[in-house]
Design a protein around this ligand. Structure first.
Ligand code: NI
Length: 166
């Protein structure tokens, strides 16, 4: 297990489309574990492989409640419902936050780390996080969707303890 280097705003890899994972081999399993560690180090709720420089359709998320850790391989949103306005950040945009509209509920299908097909019905924060992370797989960033005039740069010293990023 290892902490990987994050890719930040301005790195052109963040604009590229990630590729389907055809085989869940040891390299993918190691990548998923490293991503989980890297996300935890930076208090993230979610992280996409592209954010550690790997253009593969792999997302990890943690809602920090028991049993709420996810590794999603080749995830696809098959249904969206409603809208919620979210205060959002991103590990690739340190200290930047803004308001973004996200679906209130989503149903996502993916493979888990064992290659088993899973279907997750999510709402609220988890639905927001899934929408944000799946955008990364298309090269879409939250700053593309942020409501005009709501993007703020926060001094890290003023950041609330335990504030989470995606
Ligand atoms: Ni992000």
């Amino acid at each position: 297990m290892a902490i990987r280097n994050l890719r930040y705003d301005g790195d052109e890899i963040l604009r590229k489309k990630s590729k389907e994972i055809e085989k869940i081999d040891e390299k993918i399993i190691e990548l998923a574990q490293d991503m989980m560690d890297t996300m935890h180090k930076w208090n993230g709720l979610g992280l996409s492989a592209v954010q550690v420089g790997v253009l593969k359709r792999l997302v990890v998320m943690d809602m920090y409640e028991e049993g709420e850790q996810y590794i999603l391989i080749n995830p696809v949103i098959i249904k969206e419902k409603g809208t919620q306005e979210c205060d959002e950040g991103c590990l690739s945009f340190p200290n930047q936050y803004g308001k973004v509209d996200r679906p209130l509920e989503v149903i996502v299908e993916a493979l888990d780390i064992n290659g088993k097909k899973v279907r997750i019905k999510a709402k609220g924060l988890l639905a927001e996080c899934i929408s944000h992370e799946l955008d990364h797989l298309e090269g879409i960033l939250f700053t593309d969707k942020v409501k005009p005039g709501t993007l703020e740069v926060v001094n890290p010293e003023n950041q609330k303890a335990g504030e989470k990023n995606q």
